[in-house]
Design a protein around this ligand. Structure first.
Ligand code: HEM
Length: 486
């Protein structure tokens, strides 16, 4: 007995010595929280935005917190963001991305060269190839809309707007990039969406490693099912998946990834390409429906572009100027895009803040920017930040507004939904085109209104802060019918 107690005390002592950390003069303020090892993990996971606001009030624009055994330095001054974004020598993007890849997708890529995959992605989602991709997407959007919201439907149909937007955009996106033509041999997009939604619902817990035993079993079986459904995607040209997916598969094979690993990598790409667009379209339409003035302004702009607008009209195959829609999208993303921009410190770095302060970042720690709290919801930058103002990003005479200030200085980053720098979003233009085309098609071809005219936008699910687009708690009930019926 005495030996057991002795060993236990020794072990605790050793743990304390190995994990003890105190703040030195050059470090940012350190807040370890009261729970050993876990630190602030629970509060961080429950509502990161609220927690980081509390820490900011206590410590200022930079501080280090302990989260599940790791030390994370959080930087909340947008004037200083470039010092993190532009230093890929000391601050590494891939290490933390690999941790998430393993936790969420059970994926470890052998001999992986992230730069190659990224170059290939750029080639297919930007520049010349984007035009082809846009028209493929437009075709699938039209087909999906006609299938889910038939033109011969006479009566109003009620549905949750989140489910409607996410499922439609997911299916069109899946067919454009992964699945080829509907009614072909490819996997039915509805069954992929059904499994994908279950997976998406467990994603944040997978990333944090907080699944309960029952959820762990569900996650494993859903993942397994999705791997099977995605197994044929991009394998043979005739299946009709996109040139990008063929090239990606080829790259994986060249890097030595076996069939099993390839399937897992394809699921990761499904999430990366489909996980944000549907939720973004939901928030955008939801804000329009709950703000009639904004809805009228967008409809007016669309009617000028295409006075005889029908679903056959595409905004994707020619350049069109839509400053009102662009402001509406920017405002929507300001309120609902909440990614963490996380880097791992691979060599000690002195961080020079815009206000002249300097702090040491320790090797092995992580650095995290959270643009949702600042600049996006920062009252010093955006007046009444909680309020939706569709014309926030328009000047008086309708041109794009780009000048926003903090501390008297003009900001480079006044919203940051797409990340920034070399690791910023590769699919940004494709996503913007898709959302605009979707909203255009819905508004020109359907009567769409709130079931309850006084309904408010649902709250965001606070556990999703840090994972890209937020998702609502519950849904917003809408009703629709085609415009050509009375
Ligand atoms: C509303 C829609 C979208 C939003 C808000 C969004 C947001 C983001 C953000 C914030 C990042 C950067 C993460 C970081 O710096 O750590 C990112 C990266 C990325 N996004 Fe998007 N995204 C969207 C849609 C898309 C689409 C449609 C695609 C592809 C077709 C895509 C492909 C990618 C890729 C490949 C990366 C990783 C870049 C890298 O490896 O450095 N995204 N996205």
């Amino acid at each position: 007995m005495i030996w057991t107690i002795f060993l236990l005390v020794q072990a605790l002592l050793l743990y304390f010595i190995l994990t003890h950390r105190s703040r030195s003069k050059s470090d940012p303020p350190l807040d370890k929280g009261v729970i050993p090892w876990l630190g602030h993990a629970l509060e961080f996971g429950k509502d990161a935005s609220k927690f980081l606001n509390r820490m900011k009030l206590k410590h200022g624009d930079i501080f280090t917190v302990r989260v599940a055994g790791r030390y994370v330095t959080v930087l909340l001054d947008p004037h200083s963001y470039d010092t993190v974004i532009n230093d890929s020598d000391s601050l590494d993007f891939t290490r933390y991305a690999q941790v998430l890849m393993e936790r969420i997708f059970n994926l470890r890529l052998p001999h992986h060269q992230p730069a190659n995959a990224k170059e290939m992605m750029k080639k297919h989602f930007m520049g010349m190839n984007l035009t082809t991709l846009n028209s493929t997407m437009s075709r699938h959007l039209q087909a999906s809309l006609k299938a889910e919201m038939p033109q011969n439907q006479k009566d109003w149909k009620e549905e949750g707007l989140f489910n409607l937007s996410y499922s439609l955009l997911f299916k069109a996106g899946y067919l454009s990039l992964f699945g080829g033509e509907q009614n072909n041999n490819s996997t039915d997009p509805s069954s992929v969406y059904k499994e994908y939604k279950k997976f998406d619902g467990l994603l944040t817990k997978m990333a944090r490693g907080t699944l309960k035993p029952e959820e762990k079993r569900t996650a494993q079986s859903v993942r397994q099912r999705l791997w099977e459904l995605l197994a044929p995607a991009g394998l043979i040209e005739e299946a009709g998946s996109s040139p990008w997916l063929h090239a990606y598969r080829r790259l994986l094979r060249e890097e030595g990834a076996d069939e099993e690993t390839q399937k897992k990598a394809v699921l990761m790409q499904l999430w990366a390409t489909q996980g944000n667009v549907g939720p973004a379209a939901f928030w955008l339409l939801g804000y329009l429906l709950t703000n009639p003035e904004a809805l009228t302004a967008v409809k007016r702009e669309f009617s000028v572009i295409s006075p005889m607008g029908t679903s056959e009209t595409s905004l994707l195959d020619r350049p069109v100027n839509t400053p009102v829609f662009d402001s509406v999208l920017e405002e929507t993303l300001r309120l609902t895009a909440a990614p963490f921009i996380t880097r791992e410190v691979v060599q000690e770095k002195t961080l020079h803040m815009a206000d002249g302060q300097q702090y040491l970042l320790r090797k092995g720690d992580r650095v995290c920017l959270f643009p949702f709290n600042s600049p996006q919801m920062d009252p010093e930058i955006h007046h009444e930040p909680q309020k939706y103002k569709y014309d926030r990003f328009l000047n008086e005479y309708g041109s794009v507004k780009r000048d926003f200030y903090k501390g008297g200085r003009r900001l480079k980053y006044y919203t940051m939904p797409w990340g920034a720098g070399t690791n910023g979003c590769v699919g940004q233009q494709f996503a913007i085109n898709t959302i605009r085309q979707f909203v255009y098609m819905v508004l020109t071809n359907y009567h769409l209104e709130l079931c309850d005219p006084n309904a408010q936008m649902p709250e965001a699910n606070a556990s999703r802060y840090g994972f890209g687009m937020l998702q609502p708690e519950g849904d917003l009930l809408v009703r629709y019918k085609p415009r050509n019926t009375h």
